[in-house]
Design a protein around this ligand. Structure first.
Ligand SMILES: [Fe+2]
Ligand SMILES: [Fe+2]
Length: 319
């Protein structure tokens, strides 16, 4: 349990009990923290991948924190106010997730949209959250680079305009990164705008060559027929929100979404290539705000965890 400066003061002054876990700048009132912990919706999975030592991992995604303070312009403050209505429990649920991960001595994995939009305070929250927890590993989401949510076309140029600013607050490379933990190679890559980088297969091949079991992290889930059916038919979404959907699927999307979610040659090739990689044992993703688990390849299941902002959490036992 971590006692923050503010909690210490609260306790010392008898103002209230210290919350079970909080960050120095971002306390959650005790009642909300307790409620969030109780409301966590945990799904548990065992992954026998050949770890050198059994370990636990907590996977969350899409926290969507909505902080903004006096450093921001009026437009941003208004955005924060309106978005906070949808994401009122983000901080409480994130703290509850972190506390749960600490209890389980788990590796903490986050697959993006930690913030809802760019603001200094949102980025400071992320840094403080990751600094307070070790080990942790993450991939970025589409919201990590979003200024006003839909005010401009979100393409590589848009992302790169704020990439360096954002990267400084996150614990690992948001473009591509590998983290070996107990003999399992966690590989995070950027697919936030429905395409992957041209050099992804080359960079990934270096990880394959290490010969270790691989678990990938990315934000946008990878196309599978089953997941697409789930999104379009069961969830009644107009688009599937997946990476690498075939043209015939994308052609059924409303016109305004087709271009942004259409695959390109590199991305389609990457998915085909990845399916053949027997060392890839699991894919972790988010973005959909709803849980879904289904097969990706002969060796790998894809685990899409819903919204951390509403308490969704996956717990993995790696063996
Ligand atoms: Fe999200
Ligand atoms: Fe997203």
């Amino acid at each position: 349990m971590q006692i923050s400066r503010r909690n210490f003061l609260q306790t010392a002054l008898g103002v209230g009990a210290a919350s079970a876990f909080s960050f120095p700048l971002f306390d959650v009132p005790q009642a909300l923290a307790d409620e969030a912990k109780k409301d966590l919706k945990i799904e548990r999975f065992t992954l026998k991948v050949g770890a050198t030592r059994p370990f636990a991992a907590v996977h969350v995604s899409d926290t969507h924190v909505t902080f903004a303070d006096e450093r921001e312009v009026e437009r941003k403050l208004k955005l924060a106010e309106s978005r906070a209505k949808y994401f009122s429990r983000s901080e409480a649920f994130h703290n509850a997730s972190v506390e749960y991960a600490k209890e389980k001595e788990a590796l903490l994995l986050h697959t993006g949209d930690f913030i809802d939009f760019l603001s200094d305070k949102n980025l400071e929250y992320v840094k403080e959250a990751f600094d307070a927890f070790s080990p942790c590993f993450c991939s970025s989401g589409n919201h990590e680079f979003s200024h006003y949510l839909g005010e401009a076309r979100e393409d590589e140029q848009y992302k790169m305009n704020s990439f360096e600013r954002v990267q400084k607050y996150y614990p690992n490379d948001l473009k591509f990164c590998s983290f070996v933990y107990n003999g399992v190679n966690f590989v995070a890559f950027d697919d936030v705008y429905y395409y992957v980088d041209d050099d992804l297969i080359d960079r990934f091949q270096v990880e394959i060559d290490k010969g270790l079991p691989i678990v990938t992290l990315c934000h946008v889930p990878l196309y599978t027929p089953q997941l697409t059916k789930f999104m379009l038919e069961d969830q009644k979404e107009k688009v599937a929100w997946v990476l690498g959907a075939p043209d015939e699927v994308v052609d059924s999307y409303p016109e305004g979404r087709r271009e942004s979610q259409r695959s390109n040659e590199t991305t389609t090739k990457f998915l085909e290539w990845l399916k053949e990689q027997k060392l890839v044992k699991a894919l972790l993703a988010g973005h959909l705000h709803v849980n879904h688990v289904g097969p990706f390849s002969e060796t790998a299941m894809q685990y899409v965890v819903g919204g951390n902002f509403k308490g969704d959490l996956f717990e993995f036992s790696f063996e």
